[in-house]
Design a binder for this molecule. Structure first.
Ligand SMILES: NC(=O)C1=CN([C@@H]2O[C@H](COP(=O)(O)OP(=O)(O)OC[C@H]3O[C@@H](n4cnc5c(N)ncnc54)[C@H](OP(=O)(O)O)[C@@H]3O)[C@@H](O)[C@H]2O)C=CC1
Ligand SMILES: CC(C)(CO)C(=O)C(=O)O
Length: 310
């Protein structure tokens, strides 16, 4: 039986997941993205992966979700600000689908639950960047964790199916009954490193190796862990180990928040540090360091709309 999967948002991460799945004989992969040149290149030449892998895979790509058939599984990989519009446009594609978010931050699954029948909570470590239309560079390998998202959970079998397809395609994936631990591990890590990279222009490794910046990373981690503790969420990995792993496997990777700043696109700060701060308010835990990151990155975003002086 062929499983039909639709990837919504076929940028860096969507392209990595679409291309890997498209190497399987029993999976038909569709991708929806607003970038017409990228979609045209994928349709004409296939989706090419460079860097940590080197292959080209056949993916059906469209700019209009109305041209995509109903699918069994979905993977949402837009930036958080685009989740609602992108998934709403896929109403017929996902009319009877289990749909996973593989995005960073807090709050995307909640939006999916309003729009699709069954939702999968996803957390990923692979990293990359689109380098030209139709081409994605695979910067760092790493595991993926999936689990049903309450209150609109995908069936255990659907979570297991997507996990087994991704693992067979070369992206090792774990199907869990409760994937909140890995999600918070990643949110804590991203929130402690991505804004510092975005504000300094430094990739992950140099941020974590600079003693003064590392002190800020460690303080942001400690503050976020107080929120986790107050909410009763057990992070499953030691954040210090995640930082050490990032220095090892993603040393020169520019976090997606830095990629956004360099391209002058709105960042995901509200879903990362802003998400932790919001949860902190709910739990009665002050988060001044995360609030400061939100204020600084939002200020940077606002500076782009000022008139340029010479
Ligand atoms: N890049 C990385 O290494 C990692 C990223 N992540 C997370 O993965 C998620 C995706 O990030 P990333 O792949 O870097 O982002 P990208 O910006 O590379 O890709 C997102 C894609 O979605 C497209 N898009 C925007 N609006 C819509 C829409 N309405 N319908 C369909 N497509 C749309 C964008 O087009 P356009 O550019 O024209 O707006 C873009 O091609 C984020 O949550 C990020 O934090 C997680 C781990 C690593
Ligand atoms: C790969 C990683 C972990 C780097 O911070 C990431 O999540 C991102 O780029 O947003």
């Amino acid at each position: 039986m062929t499983v039909r999967v639709c990837v919504v948002g076929c940028g860096a991460i969507g392209s990595l997941y679409a291309a890997h799945l498209a190497t399987l004989d029993d999976v038909e992969v569709w991708a929806v993205d607003v970038s017409a040149p990228h979609v045209a290149a994928i349709e004409a030449h296939g989706l090419r992966v460079t860097g940590r892998a080197d292959f080209t895979a056949p993916v059906h790509a469209r700019t209009d979700a109305a041209d995509v058939p109903p699918c069994d599984l979905g993977i949402v990989a837009t930036k958080a600000a685009h989740t609602r519009d992108a998934v709403a446009a896929c109403a017929t594609v996902f009319a009877d689908a289990a749909v996973a978010s593989v995005q960073n931050g807090l709050g995307n699954e909640e939006v999916l639950a309003e729009l699709v029948p069954r939702v999968i909570r996803g957390t990923i470590l692979p990293a990359g960047a689109v380098t030209e239309p139709g081409v994605v560079r695979f910067d760092a390998q790493g595991d993926t964790w999936l689990g049903p998202f309450e209150p609109a959970p995908a069936a255990t079998e659907e979570v297991a199916l997507l996990a087994s397809l991704l693992t067979r395609a070369g992206l090792r994936t774990h199907a869990l009954a409760d994937a909140r631990g890995p999600q918070w591990d990643k949110v804590v890590f991203n929130s402690a490193t991505s804004p510092l990279a975005a504000l300094t222009g430094l990739p992950v490794g140099p941020v974590c190796e600079d003693p003064a910046l590392r002190a800020q990373v460690d303080a942001l981690v400690a503050e976020a862990l107080q929120v986790c503790a107050a909410l009763g969420i057990a992070t499953s990995a030691d954040p210090a180990a995640l930082v050490a792993e990032a220095i090892e496997v993603a040393h020169d990777h520019r976090p997606s928040m830095l990629q956004d700043v360099l391209a002058r696109r709105p960042t995901e700060i509200d879903w990362l540090n802003g998400g932790i701060a919001a949860q902190g308010r709910l739990a009665g835990v002050p988060t001044p360091r995360h609030d400061a990151m939100v204020a600084l990155v939002r200020g940077l975003e606002r500076s782009w709309s000022l008139p340029q002086e010479h």
